[in-house]
Design a binder for this molecule. Sequence first.
Ligand code: SF4
Ligand code: SF4
Length: 258
Amino acid sequence: MIDLIEFHVVEHCNLNCKGCIHFSPLADKSCISPKEYRSDVKRIFELTSGNVKEIHILGGEPPLHPELNKILKLTRSFFKNSEIKLISNGILILSQKENFWQTMKSNDIHLSITKYPLNINYQKISYMTKKYGIKYSFYAPSKENSQWHFPIDLQGTQNEQYSYDNCRKGNNCTNINIIKGKLYMCPISCNIKYFNKYFDKDCKVEPADYLKLNEIKSVDEINEFLSKPTPFCRYCNIDGRTFENKWDITKKEISEWT
Ligand code: SF4
Ligand code: SF4
């Protein structure tokens, strides 16, 4: 049984938090196509026989996906017994149409909102979820109104094993991350391309930093991959990480990520 798989369905975001560890404020506007998504979900289903405890559909901000309902239905069509959570910052939730709420209900999708200091009517969201019989919770990796700062060592001089060991101990962002045919162990290596492009840097992602879904033979291969550092871990300055910084909108300054 695999505990958790995170599918990235939208790269950009409508909130743009300072130091976002998915690099969404720097990302291109991009949504996975239902065809690509189906291929990824199907492959993970084949490999796991559906034995995945929890699935997160995240971004960026998933409600920016114009075909979000299709994405939700596709996920449930393969994973009948998994807890499926839609992770959102909540901004667009109350402007969703009836078919969103119906899709959430009929596919038993749990709405999980990350709380930021925004003027969002959480009580109304709670009311809507109760009205439609949808599971609802807050997703809060750190304290409300605080923001993680995960510095990148641009020279890549960190000890990979040390970074990996302390990364897995110190937070919960290391998981199976799936994006467009590839499996990564965290959102950092997965999305660093946006940081590199925006700041003209060259933090290298090597073939050993991910698995190609169409080349994976078994779940054991995934577990083996997750059990040791990847080359990219040398870019993560673990001791420099801080977790309770004041939340703010990004100024897109490199210091937010270094
Ligand atoms: S932390 Fe979440 S809400 Fe904020 S920019 Fe990143 S993806 Fe968007
Ligand atoms: S690259 Fe390694 S150390 Fe950095 S976040 Fe990912 S798993 Fe953790």
